[in-house]
Design a protein. Structure first.
Length: 481
């Protein structure tokens, strides 16, 4: 059983909701469950960074000011002692140890040999001995202590007030963030509710915006090839859908052309197919019932059958050729074509076929004329024009075939001295299935000149015809070089 799938709009809405849920789940985990770990990690990282910076600047004379600055910025307590545990300097985030001069002027801490007594430093923390013991036994001259609510790190450093190594001790509180997490949790509840509501509304409008053009294209696809389609697609949503709309328009046009071609084929060619088939069947029945014992009559009847079969074959070939020209999506393979040789070949074929019947072929073909095109199709176009001229050559049986160049044009001309074409028909002779001359028994399908026109258009050229009743006609293919 085929599983029923959801619409694009529903799927887009569900994807947006799932995406929102994932984002808020991650946010809740980071801001509540993992907040304490994240906070402790950042505090420890900042404390270690402060130790690195003090160690790098420990030999400078203004190291005390630098220690005070780092203690305020990182909320840490800093002790600098000698290796015996005597305090050389201390600082914390609350206040900088200062001295008051006798005249009331505030001045920085003084060294031990100053006349102004050193200010009272806070006492060393209880874990100092443990820290100093661990530092003394360390191979890297660094040490760390981690408690539930306290983190301590330090190292041996150089210090201006001592000749040997001094001990740097930095401690910071790892404050529990339970109350902060509760505040954040309440905020997140409201943010989540509002975000889900706003996100749902935005997702609904977005899904509608995305699904509307797709629905229009779906309806448009359902009506491909229809002569009247009231489906409107508003372009501009995205280039891919616009391109798909153009493709559907082109497909619809081709389907309409195909349907029109089929209708014209049935309406205009059915008679041409029926006539030779009727003739073939009739003469075959005559041979079977009447003339099979009369050798001469039987030969004449067979000749009619062969002639009609040839006519039927030519008709089918022209229909297939024009259909290929009209319906194929592939561009013909183009190359450098020696048009002189192409025209000579077509003229030579007809000369060999019809000179024995008294036809005169007057050929004036320029040498070495080249064009960019398809040799097979150009040869077929010349063949169709010559065949058309032979069929309407009249009593003189004169056929003129010419190839000439004029500036940037190449002109192929095929002429005859037949009965000519009426002016009101001259513009219609290039139309497919226009068979007024064929109805008189002189044509095949009415597609020969239409094939010539289509071939000229494929080569960015055009066709012309001149005719005068009683004097003949001239047909031209004009190609740009």
């Amino acid at each position: 059983m085929k599983r029923k799938t959801g619409t694009f709009q529903k799927k887009l809405l569900v994807c947006f909701i799932v995406f929102t849920a994932v984002i808020f789940t991650v946010l809740w985990l980071l801001q509540t469950v993992f907040l304490q770990r994240f906070y402790d990690g950042m505090i420890i990282k900042n404390t270690l960074s402060a130790a690195e910076k003090i160690s790098a600047h420990s030999k400078e004379n203004d190291i005390s000011d630098y220690i005070d600055k780092l203690s305020r910025e990182n909320s840490v307590i800093i002790f600098v002692t000698d290796t015996d545990g005597s305090i050389l300097y201390s600082s914390d985030e609350y206040k900088r140890i200062q001295h008051m001069h006798e005249n009331g002027e505030i001045i920085p801490d003084m060294k031990p040999d100053s006349r102004i007594p050193r200010a009272h430093y806070r006492e060393l923390p209880a874990n100092y001995s443990e820290f100093l013991s661990k530092l003394s036994s360390s191979d890297t001259d660094t040490a760390e202590l981690r408690y539930d609510d306290l983190y301590v790190c330090g190292r041996f450093i150089d210090y201006p007030e001592t000749d040997g190594k001094a001990v740097l001790y930095i401690g910071t509180m790892l404050t529990p963030v339970g109350s902060t997490a509760r505040i954040i949790r309440i905020q997140l509840i409201w943010v989540t509710i509002l975000s889900v509501i706003i996100g749902a509304v935005i997702a609904w409008f977005m899904s509608r915006s995305f699904s509307r053009p797709i629905s229009q294209l779906t309806e448009k696809a359902h009506k491909l090839g229809e002569s009247s389609s009231d489906v409107t697609y508003h372009e501009g949503f995205c280039s891919e859908l616009d391109e798909l709309s153009h493709t559907l328009d082109a497909t619809s046009e081709k389907l309409s052309q195909s349907r029109e071609f089929q209708n014209e084929l049935l309406a205009n060619v059915s008679h041409d197919l029926r006539t030779p088939l009727t003739m073939i069947k009739g003469y075959a029945e005559m041979i079977r019932d009447i003339s099979r014992e009369d050798e001469q009559q039987c030969t004449e009847d067979v000749a009619v059958i062969v002639e009609e079969a040839d006519r039927l074959t030519a008709l089918v070939n022209e229909i297939l050729e024009y259909s290929e020209l009209q319906m194929t999506d592939a561009e013909p393979v183009m190359s450098e074509v020696n048009l002189s040789e192409t025209v000579k070949t077509a003229a030579g074929t007809f000369r060999n076929l019809y000179e024995k019947d008294g036809f005169i072929f007057d050929c004036k073909i320029e040498e070495e004329v080249y064009v960019h095109g398809n040799a097979s199709r150009l040869g077929r176009a010349v063949y169709n024009l010559t065949d058309n001229a032979v069929r309407h050559a009249g009593d003189e049986k004169w056929i003129g075939i010419a190839l000439k160049t004029e500036k940037d044009r190449v002109i192929i001309e095929v002429s005859d001295h037949g009965n000519g074409i009426a002016k009101d028909e001259l513009e219609r002779i290039w139309d497919r299935y226009y068979t007024s001359r064929q109805r008189n028994g002189k044509g095949v399908s009415g597609l020969g000149l239409a094939i010539v026109k289509q071939t000229a258009l494929l080569h960015n050229g055009r066709c012309e015809a001149e005719s005068e009743e009683g004097k003949g006609s001239t047909f031209r293919i004009i190609l740009n070089v």
